[in-house]
Ligand binder design. Structure first.
Ligand code: OXD
Ligand code: MN
Length: 600
């Protein structure tokens, strides 16, 4: 039974059925009864494994094909009629050519399979900021994950109504998971996403990166709002007021950890608390009062498991204790539970590693192998989060006071600084970059540009995206959030991190909030406003963060910054402008201004 009278939806589903030729079509209403039957079926077929229901109630386990464990940027396309509209940060193909090529792959791909039709809402149902999507898929794993990550089911159609055509059409088939024919394709001008030959989260949960970032960033540009790769958190101060902050970091910089931060004892005692609104994506739009409001379009967390533990992020760990799907972690066979690197120091003896081989986990890890895939994941409902914001479901979103950018930088970038204004802040966002770590293949310490941490997710030309940022600043005027940059990863001469990070990042949030309130002074430097050294509260960590260390954390080295500016000029010229991205003149002017201030 279809769940809507909306003819646009019905016609599109008919088209997809005619193309994929499934044996059955099942509309996902979101009822527990239907979901339970699907869970049972997935367990019976071996697609999912039921974990120990006493220790991990409602939790399931899934293993993907070893060739299919991460997002695939080289197989991800933005298909716009004009190539220049996709710009230099995206792979491009003509839409008609891509539809024709992929139609051959989809033709009859669901014969012998069931097509599930998933209605979902990104954002709280009823929110003016929310958007509707429909994903058709041949994977129960996708249905069960979408149930956690989105508001899924018949209610999602309430927002769409009977006549609107404003929904994102997502077609997914795992086909035969052939990496040679894997495609993750966005057609922003058609509100359409086609994904084939993958069954890994980021490629197939089409509400997430494909819709909520790539398609939504394009919609936001046309409709006057912003879709960003940002966490959203609220800091409750001793006076009870809550200030909301968004933050964008490239991967492996601890976004989920910051979103769920637990303040140091001294702060807790004084009444500070941090609340999570989102850990990955923010949709932001000016509200009636002229301020910028943000919602988290998602309904769950698709987090990286390895490294998550009682110390690094107890809140995230707590999220995974029930109704969670684990993907590509290791199994503790004796307990019927899960394990991953750095969960604790005790890998299970009787283990199954992520590819499915039974091993002695102690010997296996001692020999240098990892039991869980480094990109193994948990899909956990937001409602499990002990520090979930009471505003999580507020259809109006939360008013944003500060936007933070950051990356992993061993030198050059200080612990924190504030932009002079929105335009300078947009420059800072465009300059976000991160150094590669030893954990990844390739050379260590190589700088990767990742503007606004959005490089793989901007659904149109990056130059137009920066222009949109500048336009939003003009619209917001003096109501615009203040923009900051942080770097938790500064190192000393011996390669040791000199800032403790994790909960102690609260000390930096504290300064940021005071800057927003205008209650703390700052040092005006060539690169922006820096804290006066005495204004970063180090109570309780004085032994570690001595005045000498603080000097290093807040240093602005003229030579390094001259190099940084030269590299940014090269990046704008060679990587963007020479490849068809129109760098706004205002951003070049920011470069000139920083250069002039450095040379003063
Ligand atoms: C993610 C990512 O999975 O950014 O969130 O890759
Ligand atoms: Mn992300």
């Amino acid at each position: 039974m279809s769940l809507t009278n909306n003819q646009n939806v019905l016609n599109w589903v008919d088209e997809m059925v005619a193309l994929c030729k499934p044996d059955n079509v099942v509309w996902i209403d979101g009822s527990e009864e239907q979901l339970d039957a699907l869970r049972k079926e997935a367990v019976e077929t071996g697609e999912m494994i039921e974990l120990n229901q006493e220790k991990l109630p409602g939790c399931l386990y899934h293993r993907t094909n070893p060739n299919d464990v991460a997002r695939v940027e080289d197989r991800t396309f933005i298909c716009t009629r004009n190539k220049e509209d996709a710009g230099p940060t995206n792979n491009w193909c003509d839409p008609q050519e891509m539809y024709a090529k992929l139609s051959k792959l989809y033709d009859g791909v669901m014969k012998g399979r069931t097509m599930y039709v998933i209605p979902y809402s990104m954002g709280p149902i009823g929110s003016p900021l929310a958007k509707v999507g429909v994903e058709v898929t041949d994977s129960i794993y996708v249905v069960l994950n979408m149930n956690i990550m989105t508001r899924m089911g018949a209610d999602a159609f309430k927002n769409l109504g009977d006549v609107s055509n404003d929904f994102v059409r997502g077609l997914h088939s795992k086909a035969d998971v052939n990496p040679e024919e894997r495609y993750i394709v966005q057609f922003p001008e058609d509100n359409t996403i086609w994904s084939i030959n993958s069954a890994y989260g980021g490629n197939v949960l089409l509400g997430k990166k494909c819709f909520a970032l790539r398609i939504a960033s394009f919609q936001g540009k046309n409709e006057g709002w912003m879709a960003e790769h940002m966490l959203i958190l609220g800091v409750k101060k001793p006076d009870g007021e809550i200030k909301y902050i968004t933050a964008a970091f490239p991967s492996a910089c601890g976004k989920t950890n910051l979103a769920m931060l637990i303040p140091p004892e001294g702060y807790k005692k004084n009444g500070y608390e941090v609340f999570t609104v989102g850990d990955d994506i923010a949709w932001m739009k000016p509200g009636e009062d002229g301020r910028l409001y943000a919602i988290n379009p998602e309904n769950g967390f698709f987090g990286v498991a390895p490294g998550t533990n009682e110390k690094s992020n107890p809140n995230a760990l707590h999220c995974t204790m029930k109704n969670t799907i684990f993907t590509n972690v290791a199994l503790n066979n004796a307990e019927g539970t899960v394990w991953w690197e750095k969960l604790d120091k005790n890998p299970p003896v009787d283990a199954t590693e992520w590819k499915g081989a039974k091993v002695n986990g102690v010997e296996y890890t001692e020999a240098g192998n990892t039991l869980a895939h480094p990109n193994s994941r948990f899909t956990a409902p937001a409602e499990n989060c002990p520090c979930l914001s009471s505003e999580f479901n507020n259809p109006a979103g939360v008013p944003i006071s500060a936007i933070i950018f950051g990356g992993r930088r061993a030198s050059t970038t200080p612990l924190v600084y504030q932009s002079f204004d929105w335009t300078h802040g947009t420059y800072i966002g465009s300059a976000v970059s991160s150094e590669t770590t030893a954990a990844a293949t390739g050379a260590v310490g190589v700088l990767r540009h990742d503007p606004m941490a959005m490089k793989p997710f901007i659904g149109y030309n990056v130059g137009d995206y920066w222009a949109h940022w500048l336009e939003m600043g003009e619209k917001l005027g003096d109501k615009a959030p203040k923009i900051f940059n942080v770097n938790w990863f500064k190192q000393d001469e011996n390669g040791n991190f000199i800032w403790p990070g994790f909960g102690d990042n609260m000390r930096v949030l504290d300064w940021i909030i005071k800057r927003c309130e205008g209650t703390v002074d700052a040092e005006e430097t060539a690169i922006g406003y820096l804290p006066k050294k005495e204004d970063i509260n180090v109570e309780g960590i004085e032994d570690e963060v001595t005045p000498e260390v603080m000097d290093k954390l807040l240093a602005v080295d003229k030579e390094l910054w001259t190099k940084e500016i030269a590299e940014m000029r090269r990046y704008y010229n060679d990587d963007i402008a020479a490849k068809g991205g129109k760098v706004p003149a205002a951003l070049y002017e920011e470069l000139d201004k920083i250069e002039a201030r450095l040379n003063k």
